[in-house]
Write a protein that binds this ligand. Structure first.
Ligand code: KIV
Ligand code: ZN
Length: 555
């Protein structure tokens, strides 16, 4: 089915969320889904409902609140397994427009070693499960997993069956990121030409970035006739990630004459989306990242600066404003009121309830007291930081420290605990950060290892707002540059970040944020263990086509 319109299928909340360290809480997933809708994506793959009750809940909540009649299609992923497809159908049910995305491996290596099955069984499963999905939902997407390493004639057979049973989109995953642009384009052309009915359904790309070719392969795919691209914000995803949404969209937009294709994306929302996701997952975008990186529009060399001042197009193929990187508006200062602040937040594309605005305003005032001008990037940093914050177990109410030449770095913190109790502790350290962290440790009393500590300036100048991000693991462990070397190498890593004009305060906030996540997860675990012990569980074992492999981690 070719026209000049390319659907953007965002899988940040499914394939992206599966990447190590990118796990999000429900409220963060909802924030990201709302932002994706605001940006104009056509389809949101909201999660994998059968993976866990939490995943089902997230997909269901997104279907309820973002799946409006004029909003995006809400899609859930399901293995070609009856119980997965049924769970998916119930999770997406509240959405006005919904899709079931079911998948089954087509390569011999997967069929033999992972599925422990045969080609015949795979064809039968494809027929039965796509038929089931189509009986529950009009819009069904089918993916032959590991398509790019599959026997081509066998994959044609699978795809033909999927179309016969009602699939309306065929997604062709380069699951292991193995393909090259020429091969991927040829694969898609072959499918369109040889699979009966393929010319009447949507062909979709799904490319992983193991060789750094995900964006190039996706673009080669649309040149070959695909009209849906599966991608993620900041390119997050399993291993090296997926095709980056901002890169494919801006390639199609900036090279419109070459591609002759369009999307529905409001490109000025690309940077806000990137920053929101980065705050929710506590992962920083590299400064040189195309489109959304802090340096993507910074001209450093004299020759370039000279050229840009004379005529922007000498060294710029797109404007910073067109992707939402508009950092020049110096509009807010310490005399700005709540009204002006709310107005600016709305202009930046965010809508918050009164309580959140008040909270943000208090933090803004704190920044404005210490910084002459607060520009859009500072405000966005505060917003992103707020969105990434779970309700705290411990609240940092006060932090004070002293250090200097020949001085012993000393810090005092006042924190409010889970039952409202207030604790004050002091400590000394090798430097101010160490002293603050030791004081916090005395309050929280949970042994942790600090694996990483990074500082980043959000804006320029001596009064820049600074962002600190940290990674911690529970317990005391040995590590080399953040990589655990003792037996706890698979311990869960918790990230936290803090934003403040005072870098030591930002460091304290980042540490408390990571500790809160760790403590919250521990509370959750204990709660579940207690419930499990009290319940007389009667679990009905479902069909496990993967021979007991863990749910919830598919690239
Ligand atoms: O990479 C992949 O094969 C996937 C499928 C589940 C579509 O993510
Ligand atoms: Zn994938």
């Amino acid at each position: 089915m070719t026209s000049d319109y390319v659907r953007i299928f965002d899988t940040t909340l499914r394939d992206g969320e599966q990447s190590p360290g990118c796990t999000m809480h429900l409220h963060e997933k909802l924030e990201v889904a709302k932002q994706l809708a605001r940006m104009g994506v056509d389809i949101i793959e909201a999660g994998f409902p059968a993976a866990s009750p939490g995943d089902w809940e997230a997909v269901n909540q997104i279907a309820k609140s973002v799946g409006t009649a004029d909003g995006p299609v809400i899609c859930g992923l399901a293995r070609a397994v009856k119980s997965d497809i049924e769970a998916c159908a119930t999770a997406i049910a509240p959405a006005a427009k919904k899709r079931i995305h079911t998948f089954l491996s087509s390569s011999d290596i997967h069929i033999e070693y992972q599925l422990r099955s045969t080609r015949e069984e795979v064809l039968t499963k494809t027929r039965e499960m796509v038929r089931l999905a189509s009986s529950l939902c009009d819009d069904v997407e089918f993916s032959p997993m590991d398509a790019t390493r599959s026997d081509i004639e066998f994959m044609y057979q699978m795809l033909a069956i999927a179309i016969e049973e009602g699939a309306t989109t065929l997604n062709i995953p380069d699951t292991v990121g193995y393909s090259t642009p020429e091969e991927y384009a040829a694969l898609l052309r072959g499918i369109i030409e040889n699979v009966p009915g393929a010319a009447d359904v949507i062909i979709s790309t799904h490319c992983h970035d193991d060789l750094g070719l995900a964006v190039a392969n996706s673009l080669a795919g649309v040149r070959a006739g695909a009209r849906q691209i599966e991608c993620t914000i900041n390119g997050i995803g399993e291993r090296a990630g997926n095709a980056s949404l901002e890169e494919v969209v801006m390639a199609l937009e900036t090279r419109k004459q070459f591609y002759g294709l369009s999307t529905n994306i409001d490109t000025t929302q690309l940077t806000p989306s990137s920053r929101l996701l980065s705050a929710c997952t506590n992962t920083q975008v590299p400064p040189n990242k195309a489109i959304v990186g802090a340096n993507a529009f910074a001209h450093e060399s004299g020759i370039h600066q000279d050229g840009v001042l004379k005529h922007r197009m000498t060294y710029e193929i797109m404007s910073a404003e067109s992707v939402g990187q508009d950092g020049n508006a110096l509009v807010l200062g310490k005399h700005s009121g709540r009204h002006a602040f709310r107005h600016r937040v709305q202009e930046l594309g965010y809508s918050f309830d009164e309580a959140t605005i008040n909270h943000l305003f208090a933090r803004f005032k704190d920044v404005a007291d210490r910084k002459k001008y607060v520009d859009d990037r500072d405000v966005e940093a505060l917003i992103s930081d707020e969105a990434g914050r779970p309700s705290p177990v411990y609240e940092l109410e006060h932090v004070q420290f002293a250090s200097g030449v020949n001085a012993i770095p000393t810090a005092t913190v006042r924190m409010r605990g889970p039952n409202g109790e207030v604790k004050i502790e002091s400590a000394q350290g090798t430097g101010p950060v160490d002293a603050v962290y030791s004081a916090i440790n005395k309050v929280v009393l949970t042994p942790v290892t600090l694996l990483e500590f990074a500082v980043n300036a959000i804006t320029e100048g001596i009064d820049a707002v600074g962002e600190v991000s940290v990674k911690v693991v529970e317990g005391k462990h040995k590590h080399v540059r953040g990589v655990l070397t003792d037996k706890a190498t698979d311990a869960k890593v918790w990230r936290g970040n803090g934003v403040n004009v005072d870098i030591i305060v930002a460091a304290a906030e980042a540490y408390v944020s990571a500790l809160n996540k760790l403590l919250k997860a521990r509370q959750e675990r204990l709660k579940q263990e207690t419930t499990a012990r009290m319940e007389v569980a009667s679990a009905a074992p479902g069909v496990d086509l993967f021979g007991g492999s863990t749910l919830g981690r598919y690239e």
